[in-house]
Design a protein around this ligand. Sequence first.
Ligand SMILES: C[S@@+](CC[C@H](N)C(=O)[O-])C[C@H]1O[C@@H](n2cnc3c(N)ncnc32)[C@H](O)[C@@H]1O
Length: 206
Amino acid sequence: MSDSAVRQAYDRQAQDYDRRWSRYLRQTLTFLRSWAEILESAAVLDVGCGTGEFEWLLLHEQPNQRIVGVDLSEEMLRVARAKCGSFPNVSFIGASASHLPFPAQHFDTIVSASALHYFAEPNRCLSEMHRVLRRGGSLTILDWCKDYLLCRVYDAAFKLAQPAYKSSYTEREFCRMLASAGFQVKVSKKTSLTLVGGIMIATAIA
Ligand SMILES: C[S@@+](CC[C@H](N)C(=O)[O-])C[C@H]1O[C@@H](n2cnc3c(N)ncnc32)[C@H](O)[C@@H]1O
């Protein structure tokens, strides 16, 4: 469980990622899009942006959006840049969520989808998000939810078999982590994607 294990795992699957996960991406990212209120004037950061699927979705609605995606995997970022490069105000940067290369209070809005369970230092990553978000700005994170059976099974199996995987969390643990990083949780929700598996989402204010 380290940044280099995550980088290697995602460098390997970057070319195939969009096709392989298309149904999951459609479900999770349209949900995140409808949940996060993103003003067209906002400066947005996407932490663990992967192949830029969220940027693609958002920029088709709001083409002038200022948005920066950060990710550990250069291969995932390569796909993202090829996909979204024609939009004027999008950029993709190779960086870890535990050391975000931005000054304090640089962004109005932060989003992150399906990346929290990889963060080797989740509390540090959330503190970094708090640091770079302007006071009053909003963070919306979507991730697997350990309140669901399938997620608990995956959690146990991935901890044994996948060096890149860190942990998933229950909704309550997730909200506590947000509060310890200095956020005020505005609203959180868990929802099932299948009968036994599900995701959670929370919006919190810096
Ligand atoms: C399951 S993918 C999700 C990608 C994208 N958010 C989406 O919904 O398609 C997880 C991504 O998080 C990135 N990631 C994991 N840990 C990270 C960290 N500490 N800092 C930056 N990116 C990270 C991985 O490289 C990978 O691209």
